[in-house]
Design a protein around this ligand. Sequence first.
Ligand SMILES: [Mg+2]
Ligand SMILES: [Zn+2]
Length: 198
Amino acid sequence: MQNMMQTVFLDRDGTLNEEAGYIREVDSLALIPGSALAVKRFQEAGFLTVLTTNQTGPARGYYDEDHVLALNQRVQDLLQAEAGVKLHAVYYCPHLATGSVQPYAIACHCRKPETGMIQQAQQQFPNIDLSRSYVIGDKATDVDFGHNAGCRSVLLKTGYGQRVLDGEYQTLANPPDIVADDLSDAANQILAMTVSSH
Ligand SMILES: [Mg+2]
Ligand SMILES: [Zn+2]
């Protein structure tokens, strides 16, 4: 299927931007060096680039949902400024079953590792080829999310990734298909395996 699209589903914190816990000041969100260029390289190779991020701040009462939107926009603005690119779509899960703030304190199907955000992407882009797509992130949750959706999973060593590899943070249900130093290295590895269809 020539026109089936490969996609990279990108985590946000610890993947595109520096992991800094719950980011209260929008201006303090900073991209990891090389992230913006990696997004550009994926797009030039014909990949859809989609953000899929769990953001429990609203459910925990740390800040409101508008703040999540502002942080996501900050990522887009920095990508634009550094590499002239913009993610094709942004999905986030603001829910947490054990949270304290309604309407966010619910059990949902969009919190990674459940696959609701990928189903949202498939509704927007019906020709995504999941079997040739990648989920890239820094937590075991991201790796499991990719496998649950039928994608290949990439664990980065940025953010929490090195601690996951060391067995100090979360537990992997199954190992990642690829381990990369950072998003730039993930682009190197994935694009080297991708035969151009152009
Ligand atoms: Mg992360
Ligand atoms: Zn959710």
